[in-house]
Write a protein that binds this ligand. Sequence first.
Ligand code: C2E
Ligand code: MG
Ligand code: MG
Ligand code: MG
Length: 288
Amino acid sequence: RAKQDGRGIYRFFENAMGVEVRDRRMLEHDLRHAVSRNQLRLVYQPQVDIQSGEVTGFEALVRWKHPERGEIPPSVFVPVAEESGLILQIGEWVLRAACSEAARWKSPLSVAVNVSAVQVHSPTFAQTVHEVLISTGLSPSRLEVEITETALIRDMMRAVTTLRQIRALGVRIAMDDFGTGYSSLANLRAFPFSKIKVDQSFIRAVDNNDQSAAIVRAVLGLGSGLNVPVVAEGVERAEELAFLKSEVCQTAQGYLLSRPEDIRTFAAVTEGRTKLLDSIMPLPLQAL
Ligand code: C2E
Ligand code: MG
Ligand code: MG
Ligand code: MG
């Protein structure tokens, strides 16, 4: 019986893995056409100055609408794109789309674009950024590049060179998901970062978890010591925002303020009619 159970479990894993591999191949195959078939789009999440309540910029987040399977989240397809090299094409599409969108805004707000380590390792990436800025007419000071975790380390020299070139253009560089994975203190020293984004896992319940509170305070201290602003990611509750406000964190992002949406949702802000998020924003801040 034990043997049979064992075999049953083995078969289960074998099947599950088989499906996963096939799934990945199918995703990769379909992803190859995603750009040319217009299946990608960007949604935008506001970044808000906690003290004033004003929107300071937007983070662009990619979405893929698969023709049969519907929306596939970036947590699923970005890793596939990275492994297959497709991220270079997709990443360039994202960069161009976000910069040309931001160039149309009446308000000179910043736009943050997520960039994969694979792109940072590409010897032509800084040139691509330069070309996209020129062709879209976006001022470099309005672009921020967010870099997440995975192996900036793989080719340290290459990555440092690329990031310095981007910085020299006047583009800011944010370390995303700080405190997790490779987003470490060593990387903070090695690379020319201009912003730290504290991972949402530390913001979650920061108001009633002593460990999280100590870590967030330490990152805020680090930011002020390095003279690098700190952004809190994933703020969902008014209590979390109140904690951040009392600790003098500059900027917040999260569902409490707004979910990522089609940019037209924020027309009043991008058109410069207001700096506040209508209806949503004043409420959580006024409550503090
Ligand atoms: P990220 O850059 O750290 O983006 C934040 C993620 O958290 C987004 O998920 C956002 O929708 C979500 N989020 C924002 N506020 C809240 C909140 O209050 N609560 C919770 N639970 N989640 C919140 P999304 O859009 O699914 O993206 C996931 C990750 O995929 C991103 O993490 C980023 O690493 C990657 N990604 C997204 N767009 C791109 C892209 O254009 N290029 C690359 N290379 N990666 C991207
Ligand atoms: Mg990000
Ligand atoms: Mg993040
Ligand atoms: Mg993330």
